[in-house]
Design a protein around this ligand. Structure first.
Ligand SMILES: Nc1ncnc2c1ncn2[C@@H]1O[C@H](COP(=O)(O)OP(=O)(O)OP(=O)(O)O)[C@@H](O)[C@H]1O
Length: 286
């Protein structure tokens, strides 16, 4: 057995200090989550928001909840970010809003009417678009065919919507006959967003649109999101590039363990020492 320190394992006396620090951080997180839960109850009623998710409880496996009471509001014209650590439930929240995961408890309303329990295609009909994180284009189809799939509920509106969407993403017109599978990751993301916009949604749900993209393409995606928003679409986006996302969004939600941890304007969250310490970590120091 080796007696010396191998440079990786901590000295024995360091271990209690690390454990104490971890326990303190966990205790702080619990306090934050409790406070956020109390604040979440202070939101207005369904008629006050374009979209209201209130105290949502949801999960994949019977008896196991991933969302433990999440509240989120979206007002017309906003870009709202959802950030938080891995496994916090960010994607689960956006999938629950889009009807891909059943709501076990809580309320979900769009323009004051309940959408809990509605299937995804019903939400598309009601003006909600969704771009999943992965497998969000049909690689063997052309760009144009991908966009046709996006307009499948209203095929007659294809030409008109194509003009509008290509105005936002010129690439889609320039390369309309190219197979989506031949495009770069960033270009595919434009196709995926363009497809979701073909139904002229008022709400666009984006699940980590910059994941796996180079910094240049990440920036392009953020700019396009702003342009889509400026064209009248309210946006909820889950993001792994938390710092940049908070810079461009109106408001943000920090999720932790399937619950609200912090809520505020993007700027407030970026400057909140607790958010920096607990959730932005090295990103904040960068
Ligand atoms: N299809 C699934 N079946 C069962 N559990 C799942 C499924 N998808 C996700 N989970 C679990 O739900 C929890 C939350 O996952 P989710 O993808 O919502 O997290 P996230 O905050 O988006 O994190 P990440 O940034 O890592 O994607 C995780 O513990 C994950 O293992």
């Amino acid at each position: 057995m080796s007696e010396g320190n191998d440079g990786i394992r901590p000295e024995p006396e360091e271990v209690p200090a690390v454990a104490e620090e971890a326990a303190a951080v966990q205790e702080h997180r619990e306090e934050v989550l409790e406070q956020a839960r109390a604040e979440a109850l202070e939101v207005g009623g369904p008629d006050d928001y374009l979209l209201l998710a209130r105290d949502l409880v949801a999960g994949y496996v019977p008896g196991v909840n991933i969302l433990n009471g999440c509240t989120l509001t979206l007002t017309e014209g906003e870009v709202v970010a959802i950030i938080g650590p891995n496994g916090a439930g960010k994607s689960t929240l956006i999938k629950t809003i889009f009807g891909l995961i059943p709501v076990r408890e809580g309320g979900l309303t769009l323009r004051g009417s309940s959408i809990a329990g509605l299937a995804a295609h019903s939400l598309v009909e009601r003006g909600v678009g969704y771009v999943p994180q992965t497998r969000n284009v049909f690689p063997s189809l052309t760009i144009e065919e991908n966009l046709q799939m996006g307009a499948f509920l209203r095929p007659k509106s294809f030409s008109e919507r194509f003009e509008v969407v290509a105005g936002l993403f010129p690439l889609l017109a320039d390369r309309r006959r190219a197979k989506a599978g031949s495009l770069s990751g960033g270009q595919r993301q434009m196709v995926a967003m363009g497809r979701a916009l073909m139904m002229d949604p008022s709400v666009l749900l984006l699940d980590e649109p910059t994941a796996g993209l180079s910094p240049i393409y990440q920036e392009e995606v953020f700019q396009r999101v702003k342009e889509v928003n400026a064209a009248g679409v309210s946006v909820i986006m889950v993001e792994q590039n938390a710092r940049r996302c908070l810079q461009i969004c109106d408001r943000g939600y920090v999720l932790d363990q399937g619950r609200n941890a912090y809520t505020g304007s993007g700027r407030d969250l970026l400057n909140d020492p607790n958010v920096i310490e607990l959730y932005l970590g090295t990103l904040a120091k960068g």
